[in-house]
Design a protein around this ligand. Structure first.
Ligand code: NCD
Ligand code: ZN
Length: 347
């Protein structure tokens, strides 16, 4: 039976890049108007590595919110080789940090200050395990000998397995998974301490999208889009009803000059349209009954925060996706699916 409207509990975005300054002010309204909370990624320049920096960044986000907004930014700490376990503990206990993010050094945008080896961060991970603070992982091997399309699978076999074995009670979110191997890895875990976010682009597109008729920088993100077999596995995982998978857009704005360049930045700005994109996928998979769990319940349960009050309602009215948003200095940020039409409108 086709339904004309769908109401779900207000969702959260468990993986979001908001940037800073004019870019923050331009992109924040899209997320704040739809989501109750978001996990805000710390890969600013310089990265958010201290309690003081997280509190200041959270204040800049709050200052950029519309007056009546109830949106809650949940801050993260960017782990470096020399991160002090005391800072992690203090930040988590005072509510400044909701989680910490592990970027293998060099794996992605602004990851150059990241962790060079798990051994270097042993004290931090032990502390996080003790206090129940989630570790969010960009799961890609940085070994230059590993093919770019194989980096996630390689990371699972090496670093992730090592972390999970050494810290058997550490809560881990494998961020923006892109492969069948990652979906299976998370699905197989029975402890409940391992989860994964999945982006709309990895559910909707395979790697062909980056090369259709020419090179298409607006489909380039990290981890890079993979083969069709992986997209199908991610769709099965996301729509399975499993509590281990939840919504994390990885909306990552870059201006069009930075994207459409000889060395274009990785990142897809999906915040304005991600919810309708996810919903379209769930409907195509005949899994509308699992959509609310993925969007509004699983993440909150994993992070141990209450489910949101309030709801959002979708209507079966086609939405044509706005092409871009403008920055005050004339730069533009192109939206994921610009110019396309999706079957649902968010009321
Ligand atoms: C992100 C960004 O631009 O900050 N880019 C991306 O392609 N996803 C970084 C990240 O999450 O890897
Ligand atoms: Zn990201």
């Amino acid at each position: 039976m086709t339904i004309e409207t769908l109401t779900i509990r207000r969702p959260d975005d468990w993986h979001l890049h908001l940037r800073d300054g004019d870019m923050l002010r331009a992109v924040l309204p899209a997320s704040a108007s739809q989501y109750g909370r978001a996990i805000v990624m710390p890969n600013l320049k310089p990265p958010v590595t201290t309690v003081e920096a997280a509190l200041a960044y959270r204040q800049r986000i709050r200052d950029a919110l519309p007056g009546d907004s109830a949106f809650t930014p949940m801050m993260t700490c960017y782990l470096c080789d020399d991160t002090d376990p005391g800072e992690i503990r203090a930040g988590f206990e005072c509510g400044a940090f909701a989680a910490a993010k592990l970027y293998p050094a060099g794996a992605t945008t602004h990851s150059e200050y990241g962790v060079t080896s798990v051994d270097r961060t042993a004290g931090v991970l032990a502390t996080m395990q003790d206090i129940g603070m989630p570790l969010l992982i960009h799961g890609e091997s940085t070994d230059p000998a590993v093919d770019v399309f194989d980096r996630e699978a390689a990371f699972l076999r090496t670093t992730l397995t090592q972390i999970l074995t050494r810290y058997p009670r550490l809560k881990v979110v494998l961020e923006h998974i892109t492969t069948e191997e990652a979906a299976d890895f998370v699905m197989r875990d029975e402890s409940g301490r391992l989860a994964a976010t999945i982006t709309p682009q990895h559910l909707m597109f395979n790697r062909n999208a980056m090369f259709t008729g020419g090179i298409r920088p607006h489909y380039y993100c990290l981890p890079v889009l993979k083969r069709e077999q992986h997209r199908l596995a991610l769709r099965r995982a996301a729509t399975s009803g499993s509590h281990a998978f939840f919504l994390g857009t990885d909306s990552a704005p870059h201006d069009t000059d930075a994207k459409e360049s000889a060395c274009g930045c990785a990142g897809i700005f999906s915040a304005p349209i991600a919810l309708q994109a996810y919903l379209t996928v769930f409907e195509e998979e005949q899994a509308l009954h699992h959509f609310e769990k993925f969007a509004s319940e699983n993440g909150a349960r994993f992070y141990g925060v209450p489910l949101n009050e309030g709801t959002v309602t979708f209507h079966r009215i086609p939405t044509r996706v706005t092409g871009s948003i403008d920055l005050p200095d004339g730069r533009r940020i192109q939206t994921f699916l610009a110019g396309e039409t999706l079957p649902w409108t968010l009321a």
